[in-house]
Design a protein around this ligand. Structure first.
Ligand code: SF4
Ligand code: SF4
Length: 385
């Protein structure tokens, strides 16, 4: 059962949250949080609590997402929408360098990655973990990506534990939720009853202590902590889906010839939606642009997807020419080779790829189908394509 550390837990009342937002803004943070737009809950700049999807929830299923009214005024009474925080940390289009002609040739200037200081409000535990995973991709011993690195260094994370699980969620299976264990500055558990509305709040950094100073919050009582833990446990027990991760690395590699890949390919549109909504997918491409005089050129980094034919294009053609090979590459990378590369799973169990797949392909069902009729290939000399 998820336990909160009583030594670092305080209570923020409902009105304190508006004050917290103002304090963050006075510390020069641009506050980004959930908002209602185009019949979905998406992240955008928020100026005050009135911008939050108060009293709304999301109902999710395979290939289906609907907003519904709640019977309370919860601030964070939904799960996750189509956006994730990578939208801000590694934007979909970003200039990485530019070159301009000078008398002595070309002067090439790399982008410094300067961006606003973001305070992310309402980061779900699976997404806190997704950010930690992206840290390993973009900030490691081999390289530090300026664009991501600077945004990340300056970010302030207000996480929100889940007290209700969505139908497509499976964070419990992946060990990423419904409680955030680390990687946040503040972590809220929202408690709404007929009489009260407050947040049991864990403090996760010195930055957070500084921000909270002006609010002088009360230490949480034992019963308040227990109530928060009870609600988080309720989410763990009502998880919409489950993914058995036992020997998942070997299961994927041993079954690259499994007939289920053909079955998936019959349904998959190769539309790339799953990779766009996934909080850890980071494939990108670069485009170069020059002006008509040929004096200035810019290099832009743009989100791409392993589901496009062009993504695996190398000399002579694409390496993964079929939908089957592209889906297999995506799922095998997420659940198996990600471990080899980054020592972690590439999937945090947020369920977005299930909800936003137009034909309702469900990664948990596909893994089960392979596991239930696992076949180790007799020939292992040729490589999957
Ligand atoms: S693979 Fe699907 S469930 Fe896993 S993190 Fe990506 S979008 Fe979420
Ligand atoms: S699995 Fe679904 S979302 Fe992903 S590419 Fe195929 S059809 Fe699109």
């Amino acid at each position: 059962m998820a336990k909160l550390n009583p030594e670092s837990v305080v209570i923020l009342q409902k009105d304190d949250l508006a004050k917290l937002l103002n304090i963050l803004r006075s510390h020069s943070y641009q506050t980004i949080g959930p908002t209602l737009r185009e019949n979905a809950i998406v992240y955008d700049e928020i100026q005050g609590m009135e911008d939050l999807p108060i009293g709304w929830t999301d109902s999710q299923e395979k290939g289906s997402y609907r907003l519904e009214k709640r019977n309370d005024d919860a601030y964070f009474g939904y799960n996750v929408g189509p956006y994730s925080w990578k939208t801000y940390l590694s934007p979909a289009r970003v200039r990485v360098c530019n070159a301009s002609r000078s008398e002595n040739g070309f002067n090439v200037v790399q982008e410094t990655g300067n961006a606003p200081n973001y305070a992310f409000i309402g980061v779900r535990p699976c997404d806190v973990k997704a950010i930690k995973i992206l840290d390993k991709v973009f900030i490691n011993d081999f390289c530090v990506d300026n664009v991501y690195g600077n945004r990340r260094k300056q970010s302030f994370i207000v996480a929100v534990n889940c007290t209700e699980a969505g139908n497509t969620c499976f964070c419990s299976s992946m060990g990423t939720g419904p409680k955030s264990e680390e990687g946040f500055d503040l972590c809220l558990t929202e408690i709404v009853t007929e009489q009260s509305h407050f947040f049991v709040t864990e403090i996760g950094s010195d930055k957070a202590l500084e921000v909270l100073e002006a609010l002088s919050p009360q230490t949480a009582s034992e019963s308040e902590i227990k109530e928060a833990e009870r609600r988080i446990e309720n989410a763990a027990q009502s998880m919409g889906r489950n993914l058995n991760t036992d020997r998942i690395h070997d299961l994927m590699f041993d079954n690259y010839r499994h007939p289920q890949w053909d079955d998936i390919a019959e349904r998959c549109l190769s539309c790339a939606n799953c990779t766009m909504v996934c909080p850890t997918c980071f494939c990108n491409t670069v485009e170069e642009k020059t002006d008509l005089e040929g004096d200035n050129a810019e290099r832009w980094r743009i989100w791409d997807s392993c589901f496009t034919l062009e993504y695996s294009y190398i000399h002579g053609g694409s390496v993964r020419h079929s939908t089957k090979s592209r889906y297999r590459q995506w799922m095998t990378h997420k659940l198996a080779s990600w471990h080899d590369q980054f020592d972690t799973s590439g999937c945090v169990g947020c369920g977005r790829c299930i909800t936003w797949c137009p034909v309702g392909i469900d990664i948990t069902e596909e893994v089960s189908a392979i596991r239930n009729s696992s076949t180790v290939p007799e020939e292992t000399v040729d490589q999957p394509r």
